[in-house]
Design a protein around this ligand. Structure first.
Ligand code: HEC
Ligand code: HEC
Length: 297
């Protein structure tokens, strides 16, 4: 059943791609191809129908948003956010205030990207939920397998060495520690120029989020540092594993802090019980004493 459906949507997908292709041929300008190519630079943060990464899933985005809005957002989302556009601000808040960089694209290029994104919604409009859930669970299985394959002590150690600059990057980029600090049991003090990355893993949506930031930094200072010294995928992966473990390690220490607080509270409670017992006894005695006194009279 599932494979049948997959095959069907696969066939449908190829059909649509073929149609779009044909359409472009007649339209002189190969828009769809441009759109697909242009979309490569968005892939670090967006999927079309595979769930959210650093940014939202763009499937059906044209149904959610006005076209002019979309174009303006892609060109300069920060301009819209600073101007107080309600939808843009809400989205920015939802995505942990992670800025999307500006894209200096021409109007035909923007059209092409939007057309490319839209081509996915048409292909999936029938049986949308079914294909979404099967692709979701497939993606989940893949993610688990992938994680198991990279999550080794070796990778964590090398990631830490890369982070701290004890191991050099292939293309000579600056070590992360020159700007960032990470808390681990054996951490060296890092730079304070940029955010503490101890909890960056959970803050930015896990592996894929960190991967997006490392490989396509959306922050000007960080982008400049790696513009001519991009990290390799292997280096990026090791850094992801390191940051994942730093995050986990810190979760442990946070829970031991809450243990301490609980024990402290328990102590206070026991004290309160002892005090109130003493207090009750005192009260009882005084009541008894008064009754006896009354009866004596
Ligand atoms: C570094 C990550 C990153 C890259 C690369 C990126 N985006 Fe985004 N995008 C985001 C984030 C994060 C948001 C959510 C809004 C925010 O936080 O500013 C977003 C939001 C959007 C939205 C609005 C979605 C909605 O639901 O309304 C569109 C459209 C969009 N991006 C298109 C693009 C396109 C097209 C490209 C490539 C040319 C691109 N993005 C590249 C991170 C990115
Ligand atoms: C030149 C300084 C600089 C260097 C070097 C640098 N970064 Fe950054 N990084 C920044 C800035 C600036 C930000 C934006 C957040 C902020 O204002 O602190 C940032 C943000 C991040 C974030 C998102 C923070 C969060 O949780 O919100 C991650 C993850 C990150 N950097 C990872 C790295 C890694 C991994 C390296 C090493 C490959 C690295 N950075 C090297 C400057 C730098």
């Amino acid at each position: 059943m599932n494979t049948n459906r997959n095959r069907m949507s696969g066939i449908r997908f190829t059909l649509v791609v073929a149609l779009v292709f044909l359409g472009c041929f007649t339209a002189h300008k190969s828009n769809a191809q441009d759109g697909e190519q242009l979309f490569q630079q968005c892939k670090a943060c967006h999927t079309i129908g595979q769930g959210k990464l650093l940014g939202p899933d763009l499937l059906d985005v044209s149904k959610r948003r006005d076209k002019v809005w979309l174009k303006n957002f892609i060109k300069s989302s920060q301009t819209m956010i600073k101007a107080g556009d309600a939808e843009a601000v809400a989205l920015f808040e939802e995505f942990n205030k992670l800025p999307m960089m500006d894209y200096n694209l021409s109007d035909p290029e923007l059209e092409a990207i939007i057309k490319y994104i839209d081509s996915f919604s048409k292909a999936d409009s029938e049986g949308e939920e079914v294909s979404a859930t099967t692709s979701d669970s497939l993606a989940a299985v893949e993610a688990v397998n992938y994680l198991a394959s990279i999550d080794t002590e070796e990778n964590r150690k090398k990631g830490k060495e890369l982070f701290e600059g004890k191991r050099k990057f292939n293309n000579g980029g600056a070590s992360c520690i020159s700007c960032h600090h990470v808390n681990t049991s054996d951490a060296v003090q890092g730079g304070l120029l940029a955010k503490d990355l101890t909890k960056s893993f959970s803050r930015n949506g896990g592996l894929s989020g960190i991967k997006g930031i490392i490989e396509f930094p959306p922050f000007p200072a960080m982008k400049d540092a790696y513009q001519h010294a991009a990290l390799t995928e292997d280096e990026s992966m090791k850094l992801q594993v390191f940051l994942m473990h730093a995050d986990e390690e810190n979760a442990v220490s946070e829970s031991s802090i809450s243990e301490l607080i609980k024990q402290g509270l328990l102590g206070v409670l026991i004290l309160l019980v002892i005090i109130s017992l003493v207090w009750f006894k005192r009260k009882k005695r005084s009541v008894n004493y008064q009754i006896i006194k009354r009866q004596r009279r």
